[in-house]
Design a protein around this ligand. Structure first.
Ligand code: AR6
Length: 178
């Protein structure tokens, strides 16, 4: 079952021993606050050195680096959209963050991956809508790509956890009724 491959965690993503953690980065890929800052602090300066070679990343796209001092082997850096009210392509861009990251994971033989709630902090995306997009894109990808073993959604805040729980319940019901 797809739902058995999806986990909901309350954790600091920098502590996870997975093949790849996803970073909610900005287009420069040169670090920032929030989860991006936490990942760079935990990975050490070598991460920034590698990021400098990548020449940035467009919104909705993703790029991969090594994990350096993190327990995770890789970091997949993706750039979520800034929320401007929802009519400037934000849902498609956020969906693309998930699909681009998962595609990059597959291409790099990543079997276990953990996502933060991309765009749900400084970038202001409404959490309930973001959680539905994250879960929907992940379920669709897992249906087509069974080689991926597990996808964790890491929720730092209680409201984020509840939103993902609701989204997972929605999609779990769909799976059962198929
Ligand atoms: N582990 C898991 N989740 C975390 C952690 C952590 N250690 N720290 C924060 N979060 P944000 P965005 C949650 O603002 O909205 C940066 O400056 C946080 O509570 O990190 O995509 C970048 O450089 C929230 O739910 O990312 C960009 O400029 C979620 O991660 C900009 O922020 C995302 O919040 C990106 O903004």
């Amino acid at each position: 079952m797809i739902k058995d491959k999806i986990k909901l965690l309350k954790a600091d993503i920098t502590t996870l021993r997975v093949d790849a953690i996803v970073n909610a980065a900005n287009t420069s890929l040169l670090g920032g606050g929030g989860v991006d800052g936490a990942i760079h602090r935990a990975a050490g300066p070598e991460l920034l050195d590698e990021c400098r070679t990548l020449r940035g990343c467009s919104t909705g796209q993703a790029k991969i680096t090594r994990g350096y001092r993190l327990p995770a082997k890789h970091v997949i850096h993706t750039v979520g959209p800034v929320w401007h009210g929802g009519r400037q392509g934000e849902p498609a861009l956020l969906a693309s963050c998930y699909t681009s990251s998962l595609k990059l994971a597959k291409e790099n033989d990543v079997k276990t991956i953990a996502f933060p709630a991309i765009s749900c902090g400084v970038y202001g995306y409404p959490v309930s809508q973001a959680a539905m997009i994250a879960v929907k894109e992940t379920v669709t990808f897992l249906e087509k790509n069974p080689e991926l073993d597990s996808v964790s959604f890491v929720c730092f805040d209680d409201d984020v956890y509840e939103a993902y729980q609701h989204a997972l319940d929605t999609f779990t019901k769909d799976e059962v009724s198929k």
